[in-house]
Structure formats: structure tokens, C-alpha cells
Design a protein around this ligand. Structure first.
Ligand SMILES: Cc1ncc(COP(=O)(O)O)c(C=O)c1O
Length: 461
């Protein structure tokens, strides 16, 4: 097969159907329908092989922060590849990784000063759990290995990251998973238990205290880390109640447990700050990142670690026996530096902060639709929960969800020119996380498409 650019639409379809395995995708869907083929992008829009334009309401997959088609990022990749295309971080350094590590240490909150690169978010989460275990062993706390995370939270697909993940529906095919994953409630205030449903603060105290109860139940000396996203993606953008993270931080301190802020989605401007923990004012022990670090122009992930966690590894023959061939790849590191330059030059964080209220207000207009139960989120990151009955908050059963989300909504939104995610891994939600360069005209476009497609969806129930 030759250069992809020379393939006709039909040839692309045939080859995709015969040879390409799409991720998290029911491949049988394409026995009849076409595989969507996206060929290029510009700003917040992408175009398919037939030239049709789509508003990229999910920034690819929470990735394309500065938008598509930024030639300065492509040029940074080209320049680095010409100079030094590859060298590992196993015993060697290269300037792009050194500069990027220093830059991230400068941007990250408090004494998060040490960067361990990976190529993806799953590897970042996997690395953070491995580091937590290895760190405690070095300190003589041999029995600490468990990880606490929240119901429905997605933390990745490798075996360790999957064990941290709180979505029970995606695990059974791969069991047994590494032991030690412990679940606590998430912060979905829309569905708060009745005894704390009248006050978000009280709900937050309860949800944080559930972490303490889990630590005590499991035996504090067995718990290594708590993994939390600043705003939980899966289930539909669960924001932290006021004071939640401060309480979690003090619970972690009380029992000597590490707090890992999984910012694979929430870092690099998604919430209007370089890091989500900054927005909510808490100090993690480890931040995991990926996705937006390069705006997707090259893959990169990693973890940023507090000085204290690094310390035991700085003496004698102590070694973190962990590494990944392509982690901190020179091209990806150079692209990440160029991406951060664009952030500064174009005031990307300022754009999110200036426009997030307008984005929210525009989506809030959809609340007049009978199918819209809740609109929640922060920054450029929103979830719209769909319900059968607004008054009772009754959700759709599995069959209805299947018909509504997979059978209709996903396809209809795409056909109408909006890429977003209709997700039923918790209660049914539509997720929006557009490039951070979007402005009011793009929010209006999203609202109009959603209004028309959700109105049609309601008529089909
Ligand atoms: C919070 C979180 N952690 C980890 C991951 C895994 O990242 P990756 O797909 O790059 O392995 C994701 C992916 O969406 C994520 O949202």
C-alpha cells in the first residue's frame, strides 16, 4: 500500500475495514456503515476525506489544546528530528527533555520538581503507582501497595492503570488485575445521597471522609496512594465540592498516604490553569500528565514528583527500576516546549478564563430541553447529563441508553458536524472539551447542533 494521501475515499474505507483495529470500538458497527476518516485540521475544526467540516468539540480526545494545523509545532518537530531524532533517557539526557523537565518543574505547584517522562497517560498512572510502591519499600514501609480511586474514574488501560480505574464494566475481560485497587464514591453532586444532598459543602465532607473510611477499613499501613482527577471525566465532569481536596490532603497526611493528581485531562489549560490542582488550591505529591502537553503534535506523558519522593533515590545504589524506550522522546519534548511557547504567546490560559463563563452560560441554555438533567464542569470541560425525567432524575435503562447513545446520538451529532462524546459508562452524558482557542461563536455552534439533535433524540424515546 502506497502513500495514504494517494488513496481514494473508497480505498481508505476498504483498507480501514480490512486492516485497522479501532480502539474501544465495536468493529461490527462498520460492517454496514463507513469508518469516519479525518484527514486534516485547522483551528478548532477537522475535515473528513470527503471535505466535510466538523467542530472538534472534544479536542480529538482532550488533546488538541492550541487547535489543529499549528505549523510552529510541526516545525519544532521537524527541527528536532533533523538534529537528534532519538536518544533514550536510560542513563542519558538530551537538551529537549532537560529543558522541558525544568519548565514543568517551574510551572507545577510547590516542590513538584522532578519529572519522569512516559509516552502516554496510562504509562504515567502505571509509573506513579510503581513509584509509590517502590518509594515506600525504600523507606521500609513494605506493606503499602494499595491504591484508592473513585467510582467510574478512568485512569487508563494498562494492567496497573486499569486496576486503578473505577469503571467496572471495562475490567472483566482482563481479570485478574493486580491486587490493591480500592473504590470510594465520586463527587457527582447531582446524584448525591439524600442525607448530604442539600449542601455541596456537606457532600464534599462526606465524600472526602469516605476516603478516610476506606483507608481505615483497608488498614492504613497497606495503603500507598489516592488517585484523583481534579475534575473527574468519566460519568460527566464531576467537579470537586468546595473544600474537598483540602480535606483529602489532610486525610492523606494523617495516614502517610500519597496524593496523586491524575491530570491527564485537566492539565495544560483545560481548567484555565497549567495544572488543575492549582485551580483548586491543593498540593499533590505526584501529578500525572499526557494529552495536552504537546497538543497532540507528538505523544508525551509523564509524572511530576515532589522532592521528598525523589530523595531516597538520590543516595547509594537505589534505583527506580522502571523505564520506557520512547519516553521523553526528543521530538515530543521539543514539541511540548513549542506548545508551551504558544500557550504564553497566545495567552491560552487567559482565553479559557475569559470565556469559560460564556461557554457555561451557552450550554446552560440547553437546560430548557426535557432530556437535559444537568450541565456541569469547569474551564473548557463540560458534561451534559441526559435523563428520562427531569423531576425525578430518572435515568435511562441499559436498553434505552444503548438505543439513544449508540443507536442515535453519536451518529447524529457527528452527521450534524459536531465531534463530542456520548458516553454511557456511567449515567448517559455528552462530554465537551474543545480546543482552548474556541470563542463564543464556537460555543453557539455547539449549542445549536446539540439543541437540534437532542430535540430529535427526545422525540425518539
Ligand atoms: C484521567 C486519565 N488518566 C489516564 C488516561 C490514560 O491515558 P492514555 O490514553 O494516554 O494512556 C486517561 C485517558 O483518557 C485519562 O483521562
Amino acid at each position: 500500500m502506497g502513500d495514504t494521501v494517494t488513496l481514494s475515499s473508497q480505498e481508505l474505507q476498504d483498507a480501514a475495514k480490512q486492516h485497522l483495529w479501532l480502539h474501544f470500538t465495536r468493529m461490527s458497527t462498520y460492517n454496514k456503515g463507513d469508518v469516519p476518516v479525518i484527514v486534516r485540521g485547522s483551528g478548532p475544526y477537522v475535515y473528513d476525506d470527503k471535505g466535510k467540516r466538523y467542530l472538534d468539540g472534544l479536542a480529538g480526545l482532550f488533546v488538541s489544546m492550541v487547535g489543529h494545523g499549528r505549523t510552529e509545532l510541526a516545525e519544532a518537530a521537524s527541527k528536532q528530528a533533523s538534529e537528534l531524532a532519538y536518544f533514550p533517557l536510560w542513563s542519558y539526557a538530551h537538551p529537549a527533555a532537560v529543558q522541558l523537565a525544568a519548565k514543568l518543574a517551574e510551572l507545577a505547584p510547590g516542590d513538584l520538581n522532578r519529572v519522569f517522562f512516559t509516552t502516554s497517560g496510562s504509562e504515567a498512572v502505571e509509573s506513579a503507582w510503581k513509584l509509590a510502591k517502590a518509594y515506600f519499600k525504600l523507606k521500609g514501609e513494605w506493606s503499602r501497595y494499595k491504591v484508592i480511586s473513585r467510582e467510574w474514574a478512568y485512569h487508563g488501560t494498562s494492567m496497573g492503570a486499569l486496576a486503578v480505574t473505577g469503571l467496572s464494566s471495562i475490567k472483566p475481560d482482563f481479570e485478574p488485575l493486580p491486587p490493591g485497587g480500592v473504590r470510594v464514591p465520586n463527587t457527582n453532586f447531582y446524584r448525591a445521597p439524600s442525607f448530604v444532598a442539600s449542601s455541596e459543602e456537606e457532600f464534599g465532607v462526606w465524600a472526602a471522609d469516605e476516603i478516610e473510611r476506606a483507608i481505615l477499613r483497608e488498614d492504613p499501613s497497606s495503603v500507598a496512594a489516592v488517585f484523583l482527577e481534579p475534575v473527574q471525566n468519566s460519568g460527566g465532569c464531576f467537579t470537586p465540592p468546595p473544600g474537598y481536596f483540602q480535606r483529602v490532603r489532610s486525610i492523606c497526611d494523617k495516614y502517610g498516604v500519597l496524593l496523586v493528581s491524575d491530570e491527564v485531562i485537566c492539565a495544560f489549560g483545560r481548567l484555565g490553569y497549567y495544572f488543575g490542582s492549582e485551580r483548586y488550591g491543593y498540593q499533590p505529591d505526584i501529578i500525572t500528565f499526557a494529552k495536552g502537553a504537546t497538543s497532540g503534535y507528538s505523544p508525551l506523558g509523564g509524572m511530576i514528583v515532589r522532592d521528598e519522593l525523589m530523595e531516597p533515590f538520590l543516595t547509594g545504589n537505589a534505583t527506580f527500576l522502571h523505564g520506557i524506550t520512547f519516553a521523553g522522546h526528543p521530538v515530543s519534548a521539543a514539541v511540548a516546549l513549542a506548545n508551551l511557547n504558544v500557550f504564553e504567546h497566545d495567552n491560552i490560559l487567559g482565553n479559557v478564563r475569559a470565556n469559560e463563563a460564556g461557554f457555561r452560560a451557552t450550554l446552560d441554555k440547553l437546560r430548557d430541553l426535557p432530556i437535559v438533567g444537568d450541565v456541569r464542569g469547569a474551564g473548557y470541560f463540560y458534561g451534559i447529563e441526559l435523563v428520562k425525567d427531569k423531576n425525578t432524575k430518572e435515568t435511562f435503562d441499559d436498553d434505552e441508553s444503548e438505543r439513544l447513545l449508540r443507536g442515535f446520538l453519536s451518529g447524529a451529532l457527528f452527521d450534524a458536524g459536531l465531534i463530542c462524546r456520548a458516553d454511557d459508562r456511567g449515567d448517559p452524558v455528552i462530554q465537551l472539551a474543545p480546543p482552548l482557542i474556541c470563542t463564543q461563536e464556537h460555543f453557539d455552534e455547539m449549542e445549536q447542533i446539540l439543541r437540534s439533535v437532542l430535540t430529535e433524540a427526545w422525540s425518539k424515546i
